[in-house]
Design a protein around this ligand. Structure first.
Ligand SMILES: [Zn+2]
Length: 427
């Protein structure tokens, strides 16, 4: 499956897309709504015919609710996962037992691709529960036969203890957590290179730079691989780095991937950055067509050194909507804008600064103001700061630091589309 020729993959995609369109007619949303009269599966002859289908957005999934997308009765559904609902209703994805088997096979395939086997001990440092990184990795690891430690997030020193006790060879964790765990290793006087058996790390759930990867590999003495998925497309197992580590393969036997102009509906030119748009090909319970992920990346042209034929994408270039993940919570700049707009005396120009150093991970919102008094220590600025911290906490669920920056007169900052995020955590 991993080394099918392009022509074989294309043919498989067409066959599976037809099957999925036929099956989707069991779901109210497709039968009565989006697809009504739009697509006859018999007329699908090339995978490009997928462009005749309408897009699906997160708002669609929210507005219609998950039941509208189900092709089977709820009694056939065996598990539900949800994406974070920080900015509104959470999006839920429903899986049949066949869906879980397909998903698990993909995760195991990713793990096998980087040389792991039943001889390995896998420590999963990801949240279990509705978040897909826990159970998704867990079942893939077990299918491959690895000795699996469902460590979950939390107590850092305990993770190091588990690694030493059970001889962990592989761990899955977020890159920012891999960085912060370094301080615990140092404090305990444990060197992961000599005092653990770690040889492989999966870095998931956060975009990160090549420099960060190198820093992590150097410290842990392990190979670090990028993992990328989204709840709507199962979660982990959607795409993964191979040993060639030149982009991430998308498993095209189960997904169609398109790159679409984020502001439009047409494909971007080869090599250009676009919004990743996905279609499930194997999902039974809740098929989704042309899902606009809001994630930005580009295709990498040409064959991969590893011999796998599935298309590759670059590292994620960010979100169309600039989401921030801070301590596991999704934050959108638009939420901060919303809070600031309710105050007088400050502007809605702000910069979110994220840092992660000896003082730990923290978030500061620097707000432009024309009121010189606010930038000094006084009762007025103190009162406003406290009020903003409280209002932001109830909106974004985290406690921020507030700093006021004066912008009047010659110090005025450019007003055109100010940069809103300065993430210094992974640099
Ligand atoms: Zn490859």
């Amino acid at each position: 499956m991993e080394t099918l020729s392009r022509a074989e993959l294309d043919a498989l995609q067409v066959q599976r897309l037809r099957r999925s369109v036929v099956r989707s007619m069991q779901a109210p949303i497709y039968r009565d709504g989006a697809f009504a009269g739009k697509l006859d599966p018999e007329t699908i002859t090339s995978i490009d015919d997928i462009r005749r289908l309408p897009f699906t957005t997160k708002d669609d999934l929210r507005a219609n609710g998950p039941f509208a997308y189900l092709t089977v009765p709820l009694s056939e559904i065996v598990r539900i996962h949800s994406s974070s609902g920080t900015t509104g209703t959470a999006v839920s994805i429903f899986h049949t037992s066949d869906d879980l088997a397909n998903w698990t096979e993909l995760v195991a395939r990713c793990m096998a691709a980087v040389g792991l086997s039943k001889e390995d001990v896998f420590q999963n440092i990801a949240g279990y529960g509705l978040f897909t990184g826990g159970l998704g990795f867990h079942y893939g690891s077990e299918l491959l036969g690895m000795t699996t430690i469902p460590a979950g997030p939390g107590n850092s020193n305990r993770h190091i203890q588990l690694m030493q006790t059970f001889g962990t060879t592989v761990a899955h964790l977020m890159p920012s957590y891999a960085l912060s765990l370094m301080r615990n290793f140092e404090a305990l006087g444990v060197d992961p290179k000599t005092d653990t058996k770690l040889h492989t790390l999966f870095l998931g759930a956060e975009p990160h730079s090549e420099e960060t990867r190198l820093k992590i590999e150097e410290f842990y003495g392990a190979k670090a691989y990028n993992s990328y998925g989204l709840t709507e497309m199962n979660g982990p197992g959607l795409s993964f780095e191979c040993p060639a580590r030149d982009g991430m393969h998308i498993w095209e036997d189960q997904f169609v991937v398109e790159l679409i102009d984020p502001d439009g509906d047409q494909p971007v030119a080869e090599g250009e950055v676009g919004e990743l748009v996905y279609t499930t090909l194997a999902r039974v319970g809740m098929p989704i067509f042309r899902y606009r992920s809001r994630d930005l990346a580009a295709f990498i042209a040409g064959p991969c050194g590893c011999g796998r034929s599935h298309r590759r994408i670059t590292r994620l270039m960010g979100r169309v909507d600039d989401m921030i993940i801070y301590k596991g919570v999704n934050i959108y700049p638009i939420q901060i804008e919303k809070v600031l707009s309710g105050y007088s005396g400050i502007t809605d120009n702000f910069l979110i600064v994220l840092e992660n150093d000896q003082k730990g991970e923290r978030i500061t919102v620097e707000i432009d103001t024309e009121d010189r008094q606010l930038t000094t220590e006084c009762a007025e600025s103190d009162r406003l700061r406290k009020s903003l911290i409280e209002a932001l906490r109830s909106e974004i669920l985290v406690t921020v630091r507030i700093e006021f920056r004066q912008v009047a007169g010659d110090d005025a900052l450019p007003r055109m589309k100010p940069k809103r995020i300065d993430d210094r955590r992974l640099k």
